[in-house]
Design a protein around this ligand. Structure first.
Ligand SMILES: [Zn+2]
Length: 495
């Protein structure tokens, strides 16, 4: 379990003789003491923040600006992070003279991140909750969210009472020694549309209750286009194409285009995709890519998203030919070609030997995909190949994958797999110098160069599907036209 405090630590420069101390412990406590209004600058090394104080003593604070300016009479204010807006929100501002009397030890906030193998119970207990508190909070949570659905990477904000908080009723016998008081609240965001919160009720018989906050999102079509000067990645980043969309685009074109070699200066791209915005107009997430166009050395490669009667959504060119080939040339994402097909000096054995596949260097654990639909011929340890999978495809093709860290669930001999299905993970088992995938394509039982072989084509739409596709294509083309000339639409709407 990773355990980290969410609030950054601030560096404080006190000005004009005022003294300012800040304790950054989950919440921020601002303690300003001076007899005259003061102006303070707070700068923080890593993540900047700003604080504004209104005449009524209220405080508005925002993360991500360069400096904090505080101009105020003496106050004690508590600031908390709001998960919804990621802003610091002032939850109390009290003049110092009275604050000293009523100052209660404030809650302690912790942010924990779910790691592989964690259960919600183990996380809560490790963060300081007793087993009975954790059990109470998890039971309440079950009303709105199944605790079994938590996934590695999820951040969970926890609020504990301060151990010396006099208002908190303590059990007669403490279950465990800890540096926090009882668990008061738990909050996380399982998706951009949804926040889940468990908190304690007020009063004597305090129990945990759960609630769910929905954030409505609005979908709008977005279009981005740019000239490619060095790489598609840079060209797309420069016009703010979201990463997810870029990955979808690269995947859709990966059968046709070798992105490491074929992209040249002067080429261009265009992409149309679904973008979901929150109530503040910020992009919350992306949906599908509907259309892509690559102009490579003057040739347009267009792809339209379409679902034929088979039910398998795919990308098709303007003629209705699937972008997919029967086999993938690179059955792993984000890999770097580290060794080509052909004669080479063997990195482990030292003598020249025929390299009957291609090697893709990728981080350990990177998913490996079945290059095409087919049946698994073997999935086991195979001498110097380490963990090895071989798949038989149609038309006399086979593919093989070696040095895997392990196999994906359900991958074993005689099983059917679909193209793009995860079959295992990059590793370095067998005779290998580091994490990589050794990939072979065999045609009629002989290894061929996976990067050079002419691959059998994928599906071509026919009859009813083709007719439906043409209608869909026309709709998308019209939409692109409208997106290209938003001014014309605005004019129509105001008329
Ligand atoms: Zn190899």
């Amino acid at each position: 379990m990773k355990n980290r405090f969410h609030t950054p630590t601030f560096m404080v420069n006190a000005a004009l003789g005022g003294s300012l101390s800040i304790l950054a412990l989950g919440g921020i406590y601002f303690w300003l003491s001076s007899s005259t209004p003061i102006e303070e600058q707070v700068t923080n090394q890593s993540k900047a923040a700003s604080v504004e104080m209104g005449k009524d003593g209220s405080i508005i604070a925002n993360a991500n600006t360069q400096e904090i300016t505080v101009a105020s009479p003496e106050v004690v204010a508590t600031l908390k992070t709001d998960l919804l807006t990621s802003e610091y929100i002032a939850v109390g501002a009290v003049p110092t003279e009275t604050a000293a009397d009523i100052l209660e030890p404030s809650d302690i906030e912790k942010m924990v991140t779910v790691s592989h193998g964690d259960t919600l119970m183990s996380l809560l207990v490790a963060a300081g909750a007793t087993r009975s508190e954790a059990h109470g909070a998890i039971t309440a949570l079950t009303d709105v969210y199944s605790p079994r659905k938590i996934r590695p990477g999820l951040d969970i904000a926890l609020t504990f009472a301060h151990p010396s908080d006099p208002t908190v009723k303590k059990p007669v016998v403490e279950e465990k020694e800890r540096d926090v008081g009882p668990l008061r609240a738990m909050q996380f965001q399982p998706s951009v549309e949804r926040i889940v919160k468990v908190s304690t009720t007020e009063g004597e018989d305090s129990t945990y209750i759960a609630e769910e906050i929905q954030r409505p999102l609005t979908m709008k079509m977005a279009r981005s286009a740019n000239e490619i000067t060095s790489s598609l990645y840079l060209a797309a980043t420069n016009v703010d194409v979201p990463n997810d969309i870029m990955i979808k685009m690269i995947r859709a074109y990966s059968f046709d285009v070798d992105f490491q070699r074929e992209i040249q200066k002067g080429d261009s791209f265009e992409v149309v995709y679904e973008a979901y915005y929150d109530e503040d107009g910020n992009l919350a997430r992306t949906g599908d890519m509907l259309y892509g166009k690559l102009n490579l050395s003057g040739d347009d490669l267009q792809l339209y998203r379409f679902t034929p009667s088979s039910g398998f959504t795919d990308y098709f060119n303007e003629k209705g030919q699937s972008a997919k080939k029967a086999l993938m040339r690179t059955p792993v994402d984000g890999a770097r070609l580290s060794s080509r097909f052909g004669k080479r000096k063997h990195p482990v054995l030292g003598y020249t030997k025929m390299h009957k596949g291609v090697d893709f260097a990728a981080p350990r654990g990177t998913p490996i995909y079945a290059a095409g639909d087919g049946v698994i011929l073997r999935a086991n340890r195979f001498s110097s190949f380490g963990n090895y999978v071989k798949i038989r495809h149609h038309s006399g093709y086979e593919t093989a994958y070696a040095h895997m860290k392990g196999f994906a669930k359900g991958i074993r001999k005689s099983k059917r797999v679909r193209q793009g299905q995860v079959i295992g993970y990059v590793g370095t088992t067998g005779r290998s110098t580091g994490p990589h995938l050794h990939y072979e394509v065999l045609f009629n039982g002989r290894q061929v160069n996976p990067l050079g072989v002419k691959l059998p084509a994928g599906e071509k739409l026919k009859k009813a599907d083709l007719k439906k596709f043409k209608g869909e294509k026309a709709k998308i083309n019209k939409m692109i036209k409208d997106l290209k000339h938003p001014a014309a639409i605005a004019k129509l709407e105001t008329n």
